[in-house]
Design a binder for this molecule. Structure first.
Ligand SMILES: [Zn+2]
Length: 425
């Protein structure tokens, strides 16, 4: 089906004051004295914020329903009973997180509804606002949980084993929050249940700010492959062991760290990024040659072939270093997900609407994962990024301006309007 490009958008203006008020309203839950918020998934702060959101949804005239795993939907009916268009994000945060990651997308979606209401606009299709449960991995060590349920990739057995640091399982936390995880099958969506999904999110990087662009049109989401690598050498006395007789786990690990950087920088595609974000050394004493080193490696790309090449080269480097330095290196894949392409139809629509509004934009990919990627098997998905000051995110210093948020919300409004007016199935 082609886009309704000929349709002119009625004159509608989003309200920056309401957006700011919503942000403040939600961010009072879990607010920290030094700024920022801690609102872990399904915590009392999250539950209170959800209640606030539900009230705001109702005040905007939406019919609210919450599914068995706590995903909250607010629905505005259309003239016809067709598959709805969906927009939203998440309101849970990391510990000591910012006020914009996730919240921005939920607040923008609410404002789209209010703006349509103000202008008395009726759409052909219903429009829904969603708040996904537990997008951040901070509590249950798995991200985008609510949308994974919608995709149907989390089982009842699995969620009974996913525990937080206090050993409370995701299953139990959902039950304790008044949800019904035993009915998780009812959460799963089929292809075609939605007409489209658009998520507005802060960029969480420095690209838009550096380029002076106000809107990012996201075309793909890079997926991480994560490995834990263990290097085992021999912990000997640092004074009595000659340099030629050592099996130093840390120097071997250091070579591997540099190899990871070199692989991403020089040997694969331009979009590959690879990071060793953590090193643990044992025994960790100044006068003992390190006997063991563990590395946590994160590799991402939007091109799966390039990512696979990076992994292949990493495994070759492991092999080579292990032999030459006479240490033992073992590894575990902690996750290995494929990059996701978003809908070119939706990104074209977002690009056209952004251009029509005269906002400077940039077509880009997302290095971070989002709920949007789990919706790809269900419907046509697009994402709108707005700039993050200094690229800072998952930090109390996270900041996006109200001007950029208003611009992003306007792009979301016009894009959603066009999609909701597409009446022919
Ligand atoms: Zn987020």
């Amino acid at each position: 089906m082609s886009l309704v490009t000929s349709l002119s958008t009625p004159s509608m203006g989003v309200n920056a004051t309401r957006i700011a008020k919503d942000l403040e309203g939600i961010n009072q839950f879990g607010a920290l004295p030094q700024g920022g918020v801690t609102r872990l998934a399904l915590s009392s702060e999250d539950m209170n914020a959800r209640e606030y959101l539900i009230q705001e949804m109702k005040a905007a005239g939406l019919q609210v329903r919450t599914d068995a795993v706590g995903n909250i939907f607010g629905r505005r009916e259309g003239k016809q009973n067709l598959a709805p268009v969906l927009m939203g994000s998440h309101i849970d945060t990391v510990p000591e997180g910012g006020c914009y990651d996730g919240v921005a997308g939920v607040v923008a979606a609410l404002e789209v509804i209010r703006t349509l209401n103000d202008a008395n606009v009726e759409t052909e299709r219903p429009i829904e606002v969603v708040n996904f449960t537990a997008e951040e991995s901070s509590r249950f060590l798995s991200s985008t949980i609510g949308s994974k349920f919608m995709k149907g990739t989390l089982s009842l057995e699995k969620i009974k084993t996913m525990c937080d640091k206090d050993d409370i399982s995701l299953y139990q936390a959902l039950k304790d929050s008044g949800y019904d995880p035993d009915a998780l099958e009812t959460v799963k969506k089929q292809f075609g249940d939605y007409h489209a999904y658009i998520e507005l999110h802060i960029e969480q990087g420095i690209v838009l700010e550096e380029l002076g662009k106000q809107i990012g049109v996201v075309q793909a989401i890079a997926a991480p492959t994560r490995l834990a690598v263990r290097v085992v050498g021999k912990a000997d006395h640092s004074g009595n062991t000659p340099m030629t007789m050592r099996h130093d786990a840390l120097t071997a690990a250091s070579e591997l760290i540099l190899a990871v950087e070199q692989i991403a920088k020089e040997k694969t595609g331009l979009q590959t990024v690879a990071t060793v974000g953590n090193v643990a050394v044992k025994p960790g004493a100044m006068n003992v040659i390190p006997g063991e080193a563990q590395l946590l490696i994160d590799i991402r790309d939007i091109n799966n072939d390039d990512k696979e090449l990076a992994i292949k080269l990493l495994l070759q480097a492991i092999e080579e270093i292990q032999k030459r330095r006479e240490v033992a290196i073992t590894y575990d894949f902690l996750s290995d997900e494929k990059p996701v392409q978003l809908s070119s139809r939706i990104s074209e629509l977002i690009r056209n609407e952004t251009a029509a509004l005269n906002y400077p934009y940039y077509q880009m990919h997302s290095g971070a994962g989002h709920d949007a990627m789990n919706l790809v098997p269900i419907t046509d998905v697009g994402m709108i990024f707005i700039p993050s000051k200094d690229g800072i995110s998952h930090n109390i210093a996270e900041y996006s301006s109200i001007e950029d948020l208003t611009a992003g919300t306007t792009v979301l409004l016009n894009s959603m309007y066009k999609l909701a007016m597409e009446a022919v199935e």
